[in-house]
Ligand binder design. Structure first.
Ligand code: GLA
Length: 392
């Protein structure tokens, strides 16, 4: 089993705390976003992958209505009654992910579960790296609790339950990308998502290339506000195009780049720039899928560089540190492409690389980043891996 050591630690802690083996254990991986930035909530396309690091959630039913959670990596717990399950405003705010997921398994009202549960969770996804550790926790929670409570939601429904937890408990108005990638990942493959139809397809990547994630140390203020404001700008722009195009437009998914060029008049300069990003990204994802089918990794990588440029100049969700990583990567022949991955404003870059040259690539990027920003980014090779599953 992938990450067996983490599994054993989580299950060991569960036995030590509660005196018996857990009734359910689930695993869910983090994700990398490979192409298609901020397209998910615009009902567009994304290429992503589940990664080889994840979270285990071990749980058993409680006797009465007690809910007890222990976060192994934080060394911290949360406990209360079913009636106490609501957004945690201060203190152990990590509890919002499992509590929100639990509540939304029951339509948002945990009291409907009838009885409580006790759980231990832990994992090895670096926090704050843009690898969706929160979605992994939601999906592991959802699968383990689904076994305990006997609910029968499908993968997409569980992903939506995690998304509702983000919206209402964690306060992030995210799309469905992170949860869907964690659920639908497959070894050596990408997940190609269509967020209009919610169809998720695995596209083989082969084992001759790998991804390298380079985590910048950039922590930008107002990240949540910035994400929400970008989403709002896209929704406003979609309304504008709905008014001027002679076809049905509900989301930016419905607008092409040529329509953007012809009909952007009437949008503010900023709104037009924001809209250009997801529209261009959708076109790049579709083009990249064709190139991947033809084995054209260089062409695929070129689209990753274009994607970063679009983030940098249109969507303005990059930052100097991420730009340093991408600019340095561009000059290394063993890197096919590089771009920021996820929400942006800090976090990580995703590089498509020749795994044989991984050490060389990492040392060049770390050296250049250190020279420009003073501290060292963390580079790690990521292999696309299987998605979330019940493991016990
Ligand atoms: C974050 C969100 C996702 C998606 C990406 C950007 O990871 O959680 O829903 O919008 O940013 O593509």
């Amino acid at each position: 089993m992938l990450n067996q050591d983490v599994h054993d630690k989580v299950v060991g802690e569960f036995k030590a705390r509660f005196g018996a083996a857990p009734a359910a254990v689930a695993y869910a991986p983090g994700r990398i976003e490979v192409l298609g930035n901020h397209t998910d909530y615009n009902e567009g396309f994304v290429l992503s992958a589940a990664i080889d690091k994840g979270t285990f959630f071990a749980a058993s039913p409680a006797e009465g209505d007690d809910v007890e959670l222990y976060a192994l990596d934080m060394g911290e717990g949360w406990s209360g009654k079913l009636a106490d399950v609501r957004k945690v405003e201060s203190g152990p705010t990590w509890a919002n992910y499992p509590l929100g997921t639990f509540a939304w398994l029951f339509g948002g009202d945990a009291k409907k579960a009838g009885k409580g549960f006790k759980a231990v969770f832990g994992g090895n996804i670096p926090l704050g790296a843009g690898l969706s550790s929160s979605a992994a926790l939601e999906m592991a929670t959802a699968l383990a609790l689904q076994k305990i409570y006997g609910t029968s939601f499908g993968k997409t429904e569980l992903a939506k339950i995690g998304q509702k937890a983000e919206h209402t408990f964690a306060g992030c108005p995210c799309g469905l990308l992170d949860q869907a990638s964690s659920m639908y990942g497959k070894a050596n493959s990408l997940v190609k998502s269509d967020f209009r139809t919610n169809e998720f397809e695995n596209v083989s990547l082969g084992d001759k290339v790998a991804f390298m994630m380079v985590k910048s140390n950039a922590k930008h203020a107002l990240v949540d506000g910035a994400y929400a404001s970008r989403r709002q700008a896209c929704e406003d722009a979609a309304k504008h195009f709905a008014g001027v195009l002679r076809k049905k437009v509900t989301h930016l998914r419905d607008v092409t780049m040529s329509e953007w060029v012809l009909y952007r008049g009437g949008l503010s300069e900023t709104a037009a720039r924001r809209a250009a990003h997801p529209i261009g990204e959708d076109e790049r994802v579709l083009q990249a899928s064709v190139l991947l089918g033809q084995g054209d990794l260089k062409g695929f990588g070129a689209l990753m560089y274009e994607s970063h440029e679009s983030s940098r100049s249109w969507f303005e969700n990059s930052c100097e540190e991420l730009d340093t990583i991408v600019d340095t990567a561009k000059a290394i022949p063993e890197v096919y492409g590089a771009r920021l991955s996820g929400g942006g404003f800090g976090g990580s870059c995703c590089l498509l690389v020749d795994p044989a040259a991984a050490d060389k690539i990492a040392s060049i990027i770390v050296k250049e980043y250190k020279a420009r920003h003073g501290d060292e980014p963390v580079a790690s090779v990521i292999r696309p891996s299987d998605g979330a599953a019940l493991v016990g």
